[in-house]
Design a protein around this ligand. Structure first.
Ligand SMILES: [Zn+2]
Length: 233
């Protein structure tokens, strides 16, 4: 593993280092710090939890995260090709709360619904009827569907059942164990899937939207530009 760059900036919740040869635009680091603070509050993290964030060169990122990825996170340490990457910040805060994470489709759903939702790298919105198949298989980059699913569950069933499910499962949990824990925490998986597929539209409040907190053409946090709100209530 290559040596990570030195921490060059620390906020209230975040330590930031970079080896990328660009500069983050003004306000980016403060924004990330506030973003982590808002996530900690929403997810009930230990107030002392800190997140490390490294903005790496493409070569370093490939070494750390594997080819084809834009970022990855482990032990509340996020690494990214982007100056600012909310999706990885969600993984990092969740790592601090639940180090073995949860079933992969849900973990990516949490990171996508609270982090980047509209990154074109994540593809187009997906048909909800694909959910049964997506849940049964190894996670296959269907971030949009994972985001839709977890966003729906949070809106309809609330944070606590999802937190309980997360506690009882990990990235390695089998499909059948996942389905059992889901039933315990939330309800019978098949009937919740039916509700999700047949819901006429997204319940209000689950879609994040661009509020322009960071306006910057350089090293945009999302290839599409824009940013995400700090209010997770
Ligand atoms: Zn992710």
């Amino acid at each position: 593993m290559p040596l990570l760059p030195e921490i060059e900036w620390s906020g209230e919740h975040l330590d930031y280092g970079k080896s990328a040869d660009q500069e983050a635009c003004g306000g980016s680091l403060e924004y990330m710090d506030a973003y982590v603070g808002a996530l900690k509050t929403r997810l009930g993290a230990d107030p002392g939890l800190r997140v490390e964030y490294y903005w790496l060169t493409p070569e370093e990122l490939a070494d750390e995260c594997g080819d084809g990825n834009t970022g990855c996170t482990g032990y509340s340490r996020a690494q990214s090709l982007y100056a600012v990457h909310p999706h990885e910040l969600v993984h990092a805060v969740r790592d601090g709360i639940d180090p073995d994470q949860t079933y992969s489709f849900f973990e990516e759903g949490f990171a996508s619904t609270w982090g980047i939702l509209y990154d074109p790298a994540f593809g187009e919105a997906q048909d909800r009827s694909l959910i049964s198949e997506a849940l049964a298989e190894e996670f296959d980059n269907d971030y949009q569907l994972a985001s839709d699913w977890v966003g729906y569950l949070l809106a309809v069933h609330g944070d606590e059942p999802l937190a309980e499910f997360s506690d009882e499962t990990s990235w390695e949990t089998s499909y059948s164990n996942m389905a059992g824990e889901f039933e315990q925490a939330i309800g019978p998986l098949e009937s919740v899937i039916d509700d999700f597929v047949n819901a006429p539209s997204c319940p209000s409040g689950i879609l994040t939207k661009s509020t322009g907190i960071i306006q910057c053409p350089l090293s945009a946090m999302m290839p599409s530009g824009g940013s995400l709100p700090l209010d997770f209530s």
